[in-house]
Design a protein around this ligand. Structure first.
Ligand SMILES: Cc1cc2nc3c(=O)[nH]c(=O)nc-3n(C[C@H](O)[C@H](O)[C@H](O)COP(=O)(O)O)c2cc1C
Length: 170
């Protein structure tokens, strides 16, 4: 298969990989930055850590590349508008015009009503092709009481339905 065909088939494969939508936030001390992202995953629980994959063209990449800490804000299904805002033409501070944004004691923005806001100290990075993988050592977590994430699947936004309980099925 040619490289072009592989890329096309990979994009088709990724349409089948349901991912919770997050907004990654960071700050350089003067300005806050936010970006929608699904290339986010847990890394380990010992130590508690996760990883994010950020395109080198993204405006917050330079801030993260300089070593800034960050937060992974997992969105709820009602927060699709925030994902559009943080992946569209509006840039920089203007991305914080909507949403219950607060600041951690270290000055990293986090979303007060996210499904979960996971504050991380940056603890490593790895450059690969167009992207950099940043490792976050988890420092603090704000979890909401309900689980109803915004999900990206087949190029569109959706959410998860509660699984039927075994009692209901049987
Ligand atoms: C649902 C969704 C998921 C995305 N996931 C990622 C991601 O994991 N990594 C990434 O670098 N960009 C991702 N993007 C693209 C960035 O959000 C988008 O390019 C953003 O505009 C980059 O920030 P900038 O405009 O400040 O440069 C995603 C966009 C959407 C809509």
């Amino acid at each position: 298969m040619s490289q072009a065909d592989l890329k096309s088939e990979m994009l088709q494969a990724m349409r089948r990989l349901a991912k919770s939508v997050t907004i990654i936030t960071t700050s350089n001390g003067q300005e806050r930055f936010a970006m929608s992202a699904t290339a986010v995953d847990s890394l380990s629980t010992e130590p508690p850590s996760l990883l994010i994959c950020v395109n080198k063209t993204a405006s917050l990449h330079a801030v993260l590349d300089a070593g800034a800490d960050f937060c992974v804000n997992i969105l709820g299904h009602e927060q699709e508008e925030l994902s559009h805002l943080c992946s569209g033409p509006v840039k920089g501070e203007a991305r914080f015009q909507r949403g219950d944004w607060r600041n951690s004691v270290d000055g990293i923005p986090y979303l007060g009503d996210a499904q979960s806001a996971i504050l991380c100290r940056q603890d490593g990075k790895f450059s690969y092709g167009t992207h950099t993988i940043f490792i976050g050592r988890i420092q603090q977590i704000h979890n909401s009481t309900r689980i109803s994430p915004l999900v990206y699947l087949d190029g569109t936004y959706t959410t998860t339905a509660p699984a039927p309980s075994l009692a209901a099925v049987g």
